[in-house]
Design a protein around this ligand. Structure first.
Ligand SMILES: Cc1cc2nc3c(=O)[nH]c(=O)nc-3n(C[C@H](O)[C@H](O)[C@H](O)COP(=O)(O)OP(=O)(O)OC[C@H]3O[C@@H](n4cnc5c(N)ncnc54)[C@H](O)[C@@H]3O)c2cc1C
Length: 401
């Protein structure tokens, strides 16, 4: 096996995380952005030197150009630690592809290379506190064109890492009420130092700091060429970003589940109660069984969605399925691992309690469960309404040929 084969890279990434990131995870928790980045820099420099930086970014924008399916599997390992995305420079993939495909040349030149290199950071502002943002047609942030500038007004929240970002990609209504909602919104690149851009607060989540910022856009003015893609294409661009993004999320959740599974199994084989190891108790064996079944089922669903996407299919039903199944799976597996650890499981002596809190977010971000369930159900039923059927085998056969 060559040092650069996908399997070897996956193994090198795993070793790096276990040897260099696990031991310092506690020190990294909830540090302010500048201290956090200072602490992360040596790790980032190291992965760059080792040829493990930006593995999935296309070569033409400064990445290693790893093939999509190989990179999907690397993401599973990267998922084991919440800090690994930054350490390996994978955090910027979706944003750099958006800039690469849709930004004006001027902006590509300004941000793209430093973004891929981890010298500047992106953030994305869709969600708003005042409206149910799982229905983004309701979003109220608006941008009007005035003398060659977009003037943007609105309030966003959960703009993750706005407090370390060079810019926020703001989702705003640019067209008037006569335009159908799905063609009325655009994405606009807004530098975080633009006058009128104000971080109001960082919202703590389940007792943690995750850089989730509330942002006031108070008549922020940016030049017209900060628009990503054509006017009114916000939903189309968001969709391009979200599809592969959800596959990477799911793979990282599988990485979290694997870590919890390892800890659970190890604890069960070491701890003794009622005259025998926990591993000998049938109820604990059932927890191992349920977790193994859920992890592998979710892996296969996710890899299937990834293969369909790699073959050029949008795979919207498959992506909706994995988003819901994956978020539930990671939550359940970590929950069982905590149970097998007893009181220790809810202390910070193991990574499980923090992983558990992160897992809870998975059912909300990138669209809450209910929205994906509704969309998948509706899409499948639409096929039957039109006289067809949703033939699972035929879909697979179509992609196999
Ligand atoms: C950790 C974390 C990080 C995030 N990072 C970002 C980020 O970087 N940028 C960004 O823009 N946003 C981010 N978000 C926000 C996230 O994308 C939104 O919270 C999500 O889209 C839901 O919107 P909402 O909170 O307004 O919930 P709402 O739309 O108010 O929905 C509330 C609840 O209503 C129910 N519901 C909604 N629709 C339906 C339906 N059709 N049928 C049945 N029930 C329904 C669901 O239970 C849902 O949870 C983040 C969120 C979290 C938790």
């Amino acid at each position: 096996m060559s040092d650069k084969s996908p399997a070897a890279i996956r193994e090198r990434v795993r070793r790096f995380i276990e040897e260099r990131i696990y031991p310092i995870e506690h020190e990294l928790e909830d540090l302010p952005p500048t201290d956090y980045l200072r602490r992360m820099r040596p790790l980032m420099d190291r992965t760059k030197a080792d040829g493990l930086w930006a593995l999935g970014h296309p070569k033409e924008i400064g990445g290693q150009g790893m093939a999509f399916m190989d990179y999907v599997l690397v993401n599973e390992v990267i998922g084991r630690s919440e800090h690994a995305m930054l350490a390996f420079g994978t955090h910027s993939l979706q944003d750099s592809i958006m800039l690469h495909l849709y930004a004006d040349r001027h902006w590509r030149e300004r941000y793209l290379a430093p973004l891929v290199a981890g010298e500047v950071f992106p953030s994305i502002g869709m969600t708003e506190p005042e409206v149910a943002s799982s229905d983004p047609t309701q979003l109220r942030t608006a941008a009007r064109l005035e003398n060659g500038h977009w003037v943007i007004k609105g309030r966003k929240w959960f703009t993750t890492w706005a407090n370390r970002a060079a810019y926020t990609t703001v989702f705003a209504r640019t067209e008037d009420a006569s335009v159908p909602a799905h063609s009325a919104f655009s994405m606009i690149v807004v530098p975080t130092d633009a006058p009128g851009y104000k971080i109001v607060r960082e919202t703590p989540v389940l007792g943690m700091k995750g850089g989730h910022c509330e942002v006031l856009l108070d008549d922020v003015r940016v030049p017209e060429n900060h628009l990503l893609g054509p006017r009114g294409h916000g939903f189309k661009i968001a969709q391009k970003r979200l599809g592969p993004g959800r596959i990477f999320h799911c793979m990282r959740w599988l990485g979290q589940a694997q870590r919890a599974f390892d800890l659970m199994a190890k604890r069960a084989t070491e701890r003794t109660a009622f005259g025998g190891k926990l591993a000998d108790k049938q109820l604990v064996q059932k927890m191992i069984f349920d977790s193994a079944a859920e992890i592998q089922a979710c892996r296969l669903l996710t890899l299937d969605a990834a293969r369909k996407m790699d073959a050029g299919d949008e795979a919207r039903v498959e992506i909706g399925l994995i988003k819901v199944v994956g978020a539930k799976m990671v939550h359940e597996v970590i929950d069982r691992a905590i149970q097998v650890h007893g009181a220790k499981g809810v202390t910070a002596d193991t990574p499980l309690e923090r992983m558990y809190r992160h897992a809870r977010f998975a059912r909300i971000y990138d669209g809450p469960d209910e929205v994906h369930i509704q969309t998948v159900g509706r899409r499948i039923l639409d096929v039957y309404r039109q006289g067809g059927d949703w033939d699972f085998g035929a879909r697979d056969a179509q992609h196999a040929s």
